[in-house]
Design a protein around this ligand. Structure first.
Ligand code: T4K
Length: 357
């Protein structure tokens, strides 16, 4: 079976060596030595400061909102995974949607500006969809004009650079997912990168029940820590990340060369690198999409319709005026093709063969 993704499994010996350390330390969670090592290595690898590991990417979003004191209305994109919106809903933060640019699939900040002019917003939550950096300069100009906090959902943007700088260094905070389906993963896991050290320090308490470094409770918190076993997986995967990147780059290049004249492809933000974690194509119609998915499924190929449905159609938010038509249209015609490091050349060719028929 060829599915949309398959988790990278590091060499067992490498992982066992790290698990041996956990046994030797008898330390399983609560900011243990392996999670400290992973945190430091990730900060260096990604070129960012103020990085905090979390139990998953959804909690990373929730911790970012809490640490930054986001309570008023938030504006976000309807074209994302459900966690972007459900994390706001779960935190009781009222939110509205603004439509996307149908070429980049990211928030269109010109449209966002007009949604924001109705007032009452105190944050924006843009997503770097499929790792494509949204227009961070426009986002920050808009945020400054309207006095908003910016929390980027960068779940897909591991190791993505914008103008040679980590895309995670923009905004008040950026969050990552290290779920098994991501190129870099810890089985489950996530992180927040904060602009300010004081927000990081607040978040360090929030993920650990509100305890400070002296074990005094400084306010309400939750348990959103990463365990040592998850950190071990992360360290083993990080060690191989160059191999993962190299292989998915080859697959993406092949898809792009073969399919660019047949489908609309995502328009990438100029001056940005790509981690090739997803390979979306946009069909001409919903009918074409249905037919292609069926043909692929018949050949044991299982792409996914990320992201569908458009989140504004779920009835979550009461702060949206009108339908998000561009997002709804893209959601009805998009397919993310299988891409993962273990895909063989023959697997890749078999996907292309169905699509070019
Ligand atoms: N923000 C954004 C923009 C996100 O995309 C996500 C997560 C988040 C926030 C939240 O981060 P986390 O809290 O998850 O850390 C998957 C992932 O579960 C989810 O992490 C991810 N985005 C989303 C885009 O995709 P599903 O429901 O599509 O996953 P599932 O289980 O259907 O797996 C997809 C494919 O991967 C399957 O076809 C088979 C393969 N697979 C999956 C797993 C779990 C395997 O081969 N082995 C496995 O162990 O959500």
């Amino acid at each position: 079976m060829i599915s949309v993704g398959r988790p990278y499994l590091p060499n067992k010996k490498k992982l066992y060596h790290l698990l041996d350390k956990i046994y030797a330390n008898t330390w399983l969670t609560n900011n243990g030595p392996l999670s400290k090592e992973l945190r430091q290595k990730l900060g260096e690898f990604l070129g960012v400061e103020n990085l905090l590991l979390c139990a998953n990417g959804t909690l990373a979003l929730q911790i970012a909102y809490k640490a930054l004191g986001v309570r008023g209305k938030a504006l976000t994109t309807p074209f994302s995974f459900i966690a972007t919106a459900s994390s706001l809903e779960w935190e009781g933060i009222p939110f509205g949607f603004s439509d996307i640019n149908p070429c980049t699939f990211n928030l269109d900040f010109t449209l966002a500006e007009s949604s924001l002019s109705s007032g009452g917003f105190d944050s924006i939550v843009p997503v770097h969809v499929f790792g494509n950096p949204c227009d961070v300069e426009d986002a920050e100009m808009v945020a400054e004009r309207h006095n908003l906090k910016v929390i980027y959902d960068a779940a897909h943007a591991f190791n993505v650079k914008y103008k040679n700088k980590s895309v995670l260094s923009f905004g008040d905070a950026s969050t990552l997912s290290f779920h098994a389906t991501k190129l870099f993963h810890c089985t489950e896991g996530g992180a927040v990168v904060f602009k300010k050290k004081e927000d990081l320090e607040t978040a360090e308490r929030l993920i650990n029940f509100g305890f400070d470094e002296n074990k005094e409770i400084r306010g309400p918190g939750i348990n959103a820590k990463m365990s040592e076993i998850h950190a071990a997986m992360g360290l083993a995967v990080l060690d191989d990340f160059h191999l993962i990147q190299e292989r998915v780059q080859q697959i993406a290049n092949h898809y792009r060369d073969e399919l660019k004249d047949y489908f609309m492809l995502q328009v990438w933000n100029e001056g940005s690198s790509s981690n090739n974690s997803y390979f979306p194509i946009v069909c001409k119609s919903e009918e074409e999409l249905r037919a292609l998915i069926k043909e692929m499924n018949d050949k044991n190929i299982y792409p996914r319709q990320y992201f569908s449905p458009s989140l504004d159609t779920l009835g979550y938010s009461s702060h949206t005026s009108g339908k998000m038509l561009k997002s709804i249209e893209i959601a009805s015609k998009i397919i993310c093709l299988p891409i993962y490091p273990e895909m063989s050349d023959e697997d890749v060719k078999s996907v292309v063969r169905v699509l070019k028929k």
